[in-house]
Structures are given as C-alpha cells and as structure tokens.
Unconditional design. Structure first.
Length: 422
C-alpha cells in the first residue's frame, strides 16, 4: 500500500488545472449504456473509481475504450449481452449501483449486487428501490443481489417523491426513466450539478428531461438515445479542496484553471467570509492567502448549500483559524473519521454527534496518520502541508480513487510530497 511523506510549511504558488469530475463522470458512463451506439465522454479523469466502473460496464459485454492521454472514454453498448453487476466489483465502489437504473432502462432487466457498508456510516439504497418500483419495476432480493425487471421489457414510468433528496437515487431514476414508455416525475429530486450535467448530456442525445436544476424532474420516455458525444464537467469538489488548501497555507497564491465557479453553489459565498484574495473568471479561480484565517462555522446541505464532500477540508482549515468554529454535517452525520487523526497532528477539535467543535490557533506538527475515506484523506494531506516537520499519510489508495495525480499537482505548485510504494 502506498503512503505519502509530506514536508510541511510550503505555500502553494502557481497555476493548477482542475480535472474532470469523478462524481459527474460516473452517471454519464452509466447513461452511455442507454444509447443506440458508441458514446464518447470527454474530460474523464484518470482515477481508480473510473477504472472500477469501466470494469463493471465491461462485464455486460459493452466495449469500453479509454484514450488516457486525451481523457476520452468511449462506451459502445451495441454488443451488450449480460445484465449483471457482481458483488466483487460493486463492493469496491457504491456508484456501481447506477448499473441498476442503466440496465433497467437499456434492457428492462438488471441483477446488481447491493453495495454493502461504507466507512462513514449507513448509506441506504431504499430510495433507489422505492423509486424503481414507482416507475413500474418489479424488485426482488436474492442472495445479496437486487433483481429489477420491467414488465414486458420496458418501464411504464411513474411518479416518485424522494425524502431526503438523494443524488444517487435521482441519477438512478433518471437512467431508468429516459427510455420508459411513458412520463415519469421525480419530486424533491437532487439539484446537484452532477445531475444537471447528466440531464443536459442525455437531452443532447435525444432524451426528453425537463426541470433539471429544480426539485421536480419530468421525464418523457423516448425510444432512442443516439450515439454521440458527452461532455463531463470540472470537478467542483477538487476545486473547493484546493481553494481551501490555498487559503490555509500562508503565502499561497494559487490559480485554478478549467473550472467553473457556478457548480460550487453557495460555497463561494462562505469562502468569501475568509477575506482571502479571491478573483473569479468564467473558467479560473485565484486564491491568495492572508495572514489571518477568521473562524467561519458551516453546516452541510444539499446543493446549492455547503457540500458534505468539503466539510472535512473546511474543519482542517478551521484548526488554524483565529478562534472557535463548528462544522456540522446534516447529510452524513458520521463522516468524521478525520477528527482523531487531526487531533494526532495537534488540532484542538472535538466531535459531538454530527458537529465538530474546532478551537483554532493550533500549531500542527507532523505525525503518522491514516484515514478510511477519500475526503478525510485529502484533509490529512492538507494538514500535513500546514504542519511543521514531516507527516506520513498512510493508505493513500483512497486518494487515488478520487483525486487525479494529487501529489504531482500539489508538487507542481510548491508542495513537497513523496509517494512511497510499499
Ligand atoms: C453522492 C456522492 C458523494 C456525496 C453525496 C452527497 C457520488 C458517487 N457520490 O453520494 O460524494 O457525498 O452524493 O452529496 O456522486 N439516502 C437515503 N436513502 C437512499 C439514498 C440516500 O436515505 O436510498 C440518504 C443518505 O443516507 C444521505 C442523503 O440521502 O443522508 C444523501 O445521499 P445521496 O445524495 O444519495 O449520496 P450519494 O449519491 O450516495
């Protein structure tokens, strides 16, 4: 297992390109299975989760070709001859459960392993299953698998109200509904840019989805989704992560390129409260750190609110702030595996239920730390960059799942991170 050795105390200075979004690419990949011919997806990052999903898709007899240099993924479903997603692959990545909606839509049948547990608490799929039923699917459980069938091979469509609003369930239901016979309505649908991007790309190839970006999606089923091209969006979570990193490392002046501010929702307004230098254009965001980080409390919420995928990074920055703040996660109330590790680095931070209380002004000192999930791991890297001396971050495979060439990108703007392969 690889680890990182980080020498702290350097600012981030220069320009860094933002990669294509992992969480937006995965729904597009699943959507390609609905098409009549090959679909090429642009701006797909080189990440383990993408490779895992490629394998899941290839299991169905679909041809998957990845042009790594150009970051173009071509998915040709014309040879699809199997409609299963096995446990071995689904357990590695929960988003593989998107295969249920995609196969139901494409073939009227799906046998997909239930995803199982997650490092940061329960992550149920009840809404996905209730939603499929509402669209007319028959659902059975057998040996840890969900077997979903459309009567006579095609779903009739239907209406479903989800509570809470779920990104994953919305994606799965859109995938199932676009080739249904009739109309489907999803209420309290997720409004995240990942969902909007999916709907826009599908519409460009013949789908009839209206209301994307609002809580009510109306989907009129269509017989065909054309072959063609899809465009992935910049990774908003990667953007937010590096904005926070630049704000918290003294002397930083970092310009992120190939990004779009709009996808960050109100995060940018919250970020402004830090009073760092912030310059935004259509495709770039420049952050200049200032001498003092004011304490700014946050609470996660669905889009356009503060993303749960950025709360660990924010709490890490707040350890260095000039005062007390809190971070509350309403989406995933157990997503705090980073707290004891930050304490090992010298953070004065304590968890109470779904809130962490951070008494700032900590002087972080290098130590050996590890984590069990992606966003917690990147927070520990950020803490290591801010710490005095050397920090060892173990189990960096979590980072390889979701941050493209993280150490290369950071080293190119002044960080000192070495990957040690063991
Ligand atoms: C996606 C993102 C993840 C992000 C999360 C919230 C991907 C691959 N992952 O995860 O990075 O942290 O959105 O923005 O895109 N819920 C239910 N029943 C369900 C489904 C969800 O109760 O059937 C609940 C969850 O427990 C959670 C909330 O709904 O409290 C939101 O979860 P959801 O939006 O579904 O997260 P994911 O799509 O799994």
């Amino acid at each position: 297992m690889d680890k990182f050795l980080i020498q702290g105390g350097t600012p981030l200075i220069g320009t860094m390109p933002i990669s294509g979004s992992k969480n937006a690419a995965l729904p597009l990949m699943a959507a390609a299975l609905l098409a009549d011919g090959p679909v090429t997806i642009n701006n797909v990052p080189v990440l383990h989760d993408i490779f895992t999903f490629n394998k899941v898709i290839a299991e169905t007899g679909t041809q998957v070709t990845y042009a790594r240099e150009e970051q173009k993924l071509t998915i040709d479903p014309t040879g699809m001859n199997s409609y299963e997603a096995p446990y071995d692959l689904v357990r590695k990545m929960r988003a593989s459960f998107y295969m249920t909606g995609a196969l139901l839509g494409a073939a009227g049948y799906a046998k997909v392993s239930l995803p199982g547990g997650c490092a940061w608490g329960p992550r149920p799929v009840n809404l996905h299953l209730e939603g499929f039923r509402a669209l007319g699917a028959e659902i059975e459980m057998d040996g840890g698998y969900v077997i979903a069938k459309a009567p006579n091979g095609r779903l009739p469509g239907g209406t479903f109200t989800m509570s809470p609003s779920s990104v994953g369930a919305t994606v799965n239901l859109v995938l199932a509904a676009v080739r249904a016979k009739g109309r489907s309505v999803i209420r309290n649908a997720a409004m995240e840019p990942d969902v909007v991007n999916l709907c826009e790309n599908l519409n460009a190839l013949g789908a009839r989805i209206s209301g994307s970006g609002t809580p009510v999606l109306t989907i009129d089923g269509t017989d065909h989704i054309r072959a063609g091209a899809m465009q992935n969006t910049p990774d908003r979570i990667e953007t937010g992560t590096f904005m926070i990193a630049a704000a918290m490392l003294p002397g930083s002046d970092l310009t992120l390129t190939n990004t779009q501010e709009h996808d960050l929702g109100t995060f940018v307004n919250t970020f402004r409260k830090l009073q760092t230098g912030l310059e935004i254009t259509d495709t770039t965001i420049r952050v200049r750190s200032t001498d003092r980080i004011p304490p700014v409390s946050i609470e996660t919420a669905i889009y356009p609110g503060f993303p749960t995928d950025l709360q660990a990074q924010w709490a890490t920055m707040m350890a260095l702030a000039d005062g007390k703040s809190t971070v509350t996660d309403h989406i995933y109330p157990d997503r705090f595996s980073y707290v004891p590790e930050l304490v090992r680095l010298g953070g004065n931070i304590e968890r109470k239920d779904n809130t962490v209380i951070i008494r700032g002004r900590s002087v972080l000192k290098g130590a050996s730390v590890m984590s069990t999930d992606l966003r917690a791991s990147v927070s520990l890297v950020m803490a290591g960059l801010a710490a005095q001396g050397e920090t060892e971050v173990l189990r960096v495979y979590h980072l390889d799942r979701g941050y493209e060439t993280l150490e290369d990108k950071l080293n190119a703007v002044g960080a000192r991170i070495r990957r040690i392969s063991e």
